[in-house]
Write a protein that binds this ligand. Structure first.
Ligand code: C2E
Ligand code: MG
Ligand code: MG
Ligand code: MG
Length: 284
């Protein structure tokens, strides 16, 4: 208060407190999958030149019984630590592939990007999980893009490279997510068999020096294209940012300027309307 002075003496537990509710979150998380509380939201990905919708990124949400709709930042860390990310991640793959397969009739070639956590990716059985999601949904492998963050890839670059090669053997595409934020971006690019680079949104946003940002983004695009990779920019919020990506030759983009992540039913509204059915023969 204004006049009061209180001293704070941290006890042994208070010095490094657990994030509030950690145990409660973990307990709730254990039952969330069977209770059907997870949902995927879908954010559109667009061709920078034609502005056409080319795919969606599936983003996990938890419809918590008392706390409302939680973004992944609120529970992913706990899901990783408790290994619950393994069954949850497998569910995400099945759900996203199923949705993308259902949308193919209205948008042939539409891709679905699925985020994969480091722990999930490092499981020997991960390849089988991906294969099963593809088979169960009937989605063609080339329409699935697995996103691995640069940070996750950097944990064990050699093992990562081998796992990526196996996954690409299935025919799926690989994107390196949040590119440019890690400690070893360039050497990773050199080592990893990937298809796509996703430039982290920090390069478009919060510019302390817009000219420096332009240089960084331009160099990353040139580098990626030189390596035969496609480039996606994330976090496009303004038309100036979109114009810059056009100037620099970026391939695709996603961000709030285009669409926010949406529940499946609303995301579906972004697809082309179904082709008008032929008039009944009796009318001819
Ligand atoms: P990410 O893969 O880099 O996903 C992009 C994040 O940026 C999403 O946050 C999205 O909602 C947000 N975003 C998109 N456009 C804009 C924009 O224009 N401006 C701003 N400020 N933000 C934008 P979200 O959904 O909270 O996800 C955060 C992270 O959680 C993701 O980052 C991804 O790493 C992780 N994640 C999401 N879903 C899954 C999942 O199913 N499995 C795993 N393992 N991780 C996931
Ligand atoms: Mg991602
Ligand atoms: Mg990203
Ligand atoms: Mg990111």
């Amino acid at each position: 208060g204004k006049n009061g002075v209180r001293t704070f003496q941290p006890g042994p537990d208070e010095a490094f407190p657990q994030p509030p509710g950690h145990l409660e979150v973990e307990r709730d998380l254990r039952g969330a999958l069977v209770r059907g509380e997870f949902v995927l939201h879908y954010q559109g990905q667009y061709d920078v030149r034609t502005q056409a919708l080319t795919g969606f990124e599936a983003l996990l949400r938890w419809q918590h019984p008392t706390q409302g709709l939680l973004p992944p930042g609120e529970f992913l860390g706990i899901a990783e630590d408790s290994q619950l990310i393994l069954p949850v991640g497998a569910w995400v793959l099945r759900e996203a592939c199923g949705q993308a397969a259902a949308w193919q009739t209205r948008a042939p070639g539409l891709t679905i990007s699925v985020n994969v956590s480091a722990l999930q990716f490092e499981q020997p059985g991960f390849l089988t999980t991906v294969q099963q999601a593809l088979e169960a949904s009937g989605l063609a492998p080339q329409h699935l893009i697995l996103e691995l963050t640069e940070q996750a890839a950097a944990r064990h670059p050699e093992a990562t490279a081998q796992q990526l090669a196996r996954l690409r053997g299935l025919g799926v595409q690989i994107a390196l997510d949040d590119f440019g934020t890690g400690q070893s971006s360039l050497s990773l690019l050199h080592q990893l068999p990937i298809d796509l680079l996703k430039i982290d949104r920090s390069f478009l946003q919060a510019a302390p020096d817009p000219e420096a940002n332009r240089v960084f983004i331009g160099v990353m695009i040139t580098l990626a294209h030189g390596l035969n990779l496609l480039v996606t920019a994330e976090g496009v919020e303004t038309s100036q940012q979109r114009a810059l990506l056009g100037e620099l030759g970026c391939d695709s983009m996603q961000g709030f300027l285009l669409t926010r992540p949406l529940p499946a039913a609303e995301a579906e509204g972004l697809l082309m309307p179904p082709a008008a059915s032929a008039p009944p023969a009796s009318l001819n």
